[in-house]
Design a protein around this ligand. Structure first.
Ligand code: B12
Length: 214
């Protein structure tokens, strides 16, 4: 994909120019190339990292953070359907949600799109999912893997709670647990008792693909 259109997409996001960002995303979408769409999704994710830094440093306020997220959501809405090429045979079921107290879902949704395009049947529980919500979904769907997303350090303990509850209800042996999101690390995953931490959606998809081949 031509780098200038990806740059334009990221720049328009960082200029909080909704129309400009959507126009750039449309140019990418019109190519119909899955690789171009993935590059564009990466460009949006890179832009959001800069948004986070601006917010953290005090350069930007909540209003800018919220609007940048709205632009990202709009752009992702345009690009996501093009990633879900999928295969006819399911590689397995994966249940995914964002932990209780956390409303971030852009990264989770990117992982879901990648996993679906790799042939997984993904059950999306949405955001702010309480422990009981994850447990009920594992009981109902008996998934290959449970994915939890967490971007706030104030909610990361929710992951340990879910894993403990899976153990208490004798469900842990039957499901792999994968976690992702800006608040988490490999070390955190080990301590919480998860099977894997994914720093990004592509790695996460590769990990569950490895599990489904076992
Ligand atoms: C966009 C955004 C928002 C949007 C979210 C909109 C939405 N629908 O998601 C809004 C405006 C709502 C928001 C609100 C808040 N936010 Co905010 N937000 C961000 C921001 C800028 C980008 C997040 C994002 O979407 N990144 C892009 C995606 C693609 O990256 P990602 O989520 O990490 O996902 C990738 C991987 O991690 C992985 N992945 C993610 N989940 C999963 C799950 C699985 C299973 C797998 C395998 C992989 C995986 O794959 C993805 C793609 O590769 C971050 C900054 C940052 N650096 O993360 C702050 C940030 C997360 N927010 C922050 C804060 C403080 C808040 C607020 C508390 C602000 C406030 N004062 O109200 C609220 C909290 C609301 C709540 N209760 O959740 C802080 C968190 C600090 C901390 N350490 O806890 C950050 C880090 C900003 C900062 N630097 O200060 N936010």
């Amino acid at each position: 994909m031509a780098d200038d259109i990806l740059e334009r997409l990221k720049d328009r996001l960082l200029e909080l120019d909704m129309d400009g960002a959507v126009d750039a995303a449309r140019v990418v979408a019109d190519t119909g190339e899955p690789a171009a769409v993935r590059d564009a999704v990466d460009a949006v994710a890179g832009g959001l990292e800069v948004v986070g830094r601006r917010f953290q440093s005090g350069e930007w306020f909540l209003v800018e953070l919220v609007y940048a997220a709205e632009i990202a959501k709009e752009v992702m809405g345009l690009l996501s359907p093009l990633m879900e090429a999928g295969t006819s045979e399911s590689a397995g079921t994966v249940v995914v949600g964002t932990v209780a107290g956390d409303l971030h879902d852009l990264g989770k949704n990117i992982f879901i799109n990648y996993a679906r395009s790799a042939g997984f049947n993904v059950i999306d529980l949405g955001i702010d999912v309480p422990t009981e919500g994850f447990i009920a979904a594992v009981r109902e769907h008996s998934p290959l893997a449970l994915g939890m997303s967490c971007l706030l350090t104030s909610t990361d303990m929710e992951i340990g709670k879910v894993i403990e509850e899976l153990k208490r209800q004798n469900l842990r042996e039957g499901v792999k647990v994968i976690i992702g999101g800006a608040a988490l690390t490999e070390e955190f995953a080990r301590r919480a008792g998860a099977d894997a931490f994914a720093p990004d959606a592509i790695t996460g998809t590769d990990i569950i693909r490895g599990w489904s081949a076992l």
